[in-house]
Design a protein around this ligand. Structure first.
Ligand SMILES: [Zn+2]
Length: 263
């Protein structure tokens, strides 16, 4: 007996449910066609069809783009996908299984049409832990060791339930479940972007001359324009993720020498 297309769709959706996948993210007709109409329906063929017809991005998904700014610096910008575009930048007239590019409008930059291949899922930029002992490690004594959510709550924020770690910077923020959204996580990543923008001059100085970081401590005779090496070093301690690679290496070498001298 041949099942109708509707029955096969229904069955395919059920199978997706069993595998705890979101059927919305799959082209069900494509899976049915490849696995059961053109294919023999074996596990192997099913799996291949499911992988092939996975929609990595959908309208509304938050994504990160990497934008080249002046002076050879790059920035991370976040925003939801507003629609999909053709290679020439125009709209598709109908839904397509494999769109080429997405239109995104991040808050901190102009709008972009970006090939899907260059998009990163927003969630990939964060590590999230829900383990209470980790979330509240070193929590404030005056609040029984419990951190509050740092989302928008006014004067009575609930206890934090998750800790979000921004992978690039290593910075941590605590949220309740309601505030652990793409929007709030992106704003948190934007804080790191603002630190980067504010430190632009220091980054460029250290990029041009990495040995600045390994110089002597403050010299009373120095000119007022120069930043003493120990100020570069304390900046590097506060923002290790912003230190250019060559300067980071020079700093490590300087530290090792000091340790050797002290020993
Ligand atoms: Zn909250």
């Amino acid at each position: 007996m041949v099942a109708s297309m509707c029955e096969m769709r229904e069955q395919a959706r059920e199978e997706q449910g069993w595998e705890k996948r979101d059927p919305e993210r799959y082209d069900i007709d494509g899976i049915v066609r490849d696995a059961w109409i053109n294919g023999n329906g074996s596990d192997e063929v099913w799996k291949a069809a499911v992988e092939k017809h996975f929609k990595r991005f959908m309208v509304g998904d938050w994504v990160r783009i990497t934008v080249d700014v002046e002076d050879g610096l790059t920035e991370h910008h976040y925003g939801p996908i507003e629609n999909f575009r053709k290679p020439d930048g125009n709209f598709y007239r109908r839904n397509v299984a494999k769109p080429y590019a997405a239109f995104v409008h991040p808050e901190h930059t102009r709008s972009h049409v970006v090939p899907l291949a260059d998009l990163v899922e927003e969630i990939n930029d964060f590590e999230i832990t829900t383990e209470w002992s980790e979330v509240h490690e070193g929590g404030p004594k005056h609040n029984y060791g419990v951190y509050h959510c740092t989302g928008a709550h006014g004067p009575y924020p609930p206890p934090a339930k998750v800790m979000v770690i921004h992978k690039v910077s290593g910075r941590k923020k605590r949220f309740c479940d309601d505030c652990n959204t793409a929007d709030y996580r992106s704003r948190f990543a934007d804080e790191a972007l603002m630190f980067q923008r504010n430190a632009k001059r220091t980054i460029l100085e250290l990029r041009a001359n990495p040995s600045l970081i390994a110089g002597p401590a403050a010299d009373p005779g120095r000119s007022w324009d120069e930043m003493p090496a120990d100020e570069y070093r304390s900046w590097a301690d506060a923002f290790p993720w912003l230190v250019p690679a060559a300067a980071a290496a020079a700093y490590t070498e300087w530290r090792d020498q000091c340790t050797a001298v002290a020993a």
